[in-house]
Write a protein that binds this ligand. Structure first.
Ligand SMILES: [Zn+2]
Length: 201
């Protein structure tokens, strides 16, 4: 499967929206990604994972994902690799293993995520693995939005699609200037907000 068709599938299932969006941070962007929209279809999760598994091409003992976004794709990748899947989640702001999950010393851990944005959560999962004495053997994601190499690894994350998403401060958002309707994604219906910054320069 080429990245072109991955993008097409994401768009077909509204997992990748293009336009003018206001993010929860208040910043604006030209694209919005919600992998849950596509991972609700087991067949697609299976297809995506198949390509990832091929690209990963190395042995691991366990797949570890950050909750919630990484759980489905991590589980499916693990199923195809015939290993087990665990996940990290935040407790009081810090990423950690809960629910009795553990990583044994020197276990080969593959980190699987839905979207890598800044690599911040990836770095946190890497730190969790290290704290248990595990070895990170790779990072894989459906979409890689990051623009730099995560941590000090010799490899880049394996992904199905590299995607650039422009983020703008509302004050100098070119999409606002073009008067493209502003949408708040993720709500029950994608609410069209109009452009609230029209009066600003
Ligand atoms: Zn804008």
């Amino acid at each position: 499967m080429k990245s072109f068709s991955v993008k097409k599938i994401l768009k077909e299932k509204d997992a990748l929206l293009e336009g003018h969006f206001v993010l929860s941070s208040g910043l604006h962007s030209n694209r919005y990604v919600q992998c849950a929209k596509v991972l609700q279809y087991p067949k697609i999760a299976e297809q995506f994972s198949k390509v990832l598994v091929k690209k990963i091409a190395t042995h691991c003992d366990v797949v570890i994902s950050p909750a919630i976004g990484g759980i489905i794709i991590g589980y499916e990748v693990a199923r195809q690799l015939r290993v087990h899947a665990i996940f990290c989640e935040r407790e009081n702001g810090a990423m950690n293993l809960r629910r009795g999950f553990e990583i044994k010393k020197n276990e080969r851990c593959l980190i699987v995520e839905d979207v890598i944005t800044t690599g911040g959560s990836t770095k946190e999962v890497i730190d969790v693995v290290k704290s248990y004495g595990g070895k990170v053997i790779g990072v894989a994601s459906i979409i890689d939005r990051s623009t730099r190499v995560i941590a000090k690894f010799i490899w880049r994350p394996v992904s199905l699609l590299k995607l650039k998403i422009e983020i703008y401060n509302p004050k100098d958002c070119p999409l606002c200037k073009k008067k493209i309707p502003l949408v708040k994604p993720g709500s029950r219906t994608n609410v069209r907000l109009g452009c609230s910054h029209r009066s600003e320069k």
